[in-house]
Ligand binder design. Structure first.
Ligand SMILES: [Zn+2]
Length: 270
């Protein structure tokens, strides 16, 4: 089911004055929608009858067909990117513009993330996870957002990045009076992504509740053999102590790697 209160898979907004009536040379007066785009702009959707005709009546090698197919693909990618949970602050973060400053640890971390995306079909098939760990301000969220975006663009897969605090906030919403969803819905929604990236694990010492939810998410995805990327400020040994050996083992199944970000925080050099 679609969980209306989470942002794990938001749909693009149809911008205010909603439908605009315009004259189509072929179809007369038609309704057109302005739809929110991942880059922050709005895009007016084409006449849907023209789109249909181009896709179903034009030969596959015609310019009309190709343009309509490309627009449809772009629309799907936009929907996936809006639903990815990548925030406006991180939407311009790509693997190409990650600044390593020539630092060997950053170079290695970037290479690992690039390889993970390049081999995503195998990683998806085998449910192979990845752990990014290291101190605050080292660009982990940049890399996480960049991986989510790359997986959407290259494979049209459903990738979601979300902080553990946000998962807890949504899961605790099930306890409010009149809640229309329960904890199982939240777990299933997070389990439904092709790639789930959980950020900021251990940023603050989590409650039993936080750990319980995290274990359930990791376990459910492990059972479904789908990959999870875990991002944490804790170093791997501390992460093991924090989330427990069993959860860490699940993340390492099938050759899941852990990459340490041991360089100094970039924020301190600003
Ligand atoms: Zn038309």
């Amino acid at each position: 089911m679609v969980n209306p209160t989470s942002n794990f898979s938001r749909q693009p907004r149809v911008i205010s004055n909603e439908y605009v009536t315009e004259e189509c040379p072929q179809h007369g007066s038609v309704l057109r929608r302005d739809v929110e785009q991942f880059d922050g702009t709005d895009l007016r959707m084409p006449c849907s009858r023209c789109r249909w005709d181009a896709l179903h009546r034009e030969p596959r090698d015609s310019e009309l067909y190709k343009a309509a197919a490309a627009a449809k693909r772009a629309e799907l990618i936009n929907t996936l990117l809006i639903g990815s949970g990548i925030t406006p602050r991180f939407r311009d973060c790509t693997l190409d513009n990650f600044n390593t400053d020539g630092d060997q640890a950053k170079v290695r971390a970037l290479a690992t993330c690039e390889t993970y995306v390049d081999r995503f079909e195998d990683n998806y098939r085998d449910g192979r996870s990845l752990i990014l760990s290291g101190n605050v301000g080292t660009g982990k969220t940049h890399l996480g957002s960049a991986m989510a975006q790359a997986v959407v663009r290259q494979y049209r897969a459903k990738a979601v990045i979300v902080s553990i605090a946000e998962i807890v906030r949504v899961a605790k919403g099930t306890m409010t009076k009149g809640a229309t969803y329960d904890e199982r819905d939240v777990i299933e929604e997070l389990a439904g992504a092709d790639l789930l990236i959980v950020d900021e694990i251990g940023a603050q010492r989590g409650s039993e509740y936080e750990l319980g939810i995290l274990h359930e998410v990791i376990d459910r995805r492990y059972q479904l053999v789908v990959p999870t990327v875990v991002i944490s400020n804790l170093l791997v040994d501390d992460l093991k102590a924090y989330i427990g050996e069993r959860a860490l083992d699940r993340l390492r199944q099938g050759g899941g790697k852990a990459v340490g970000f041991t360089w100094e925080s970039a924020r301190w050099h600003a």
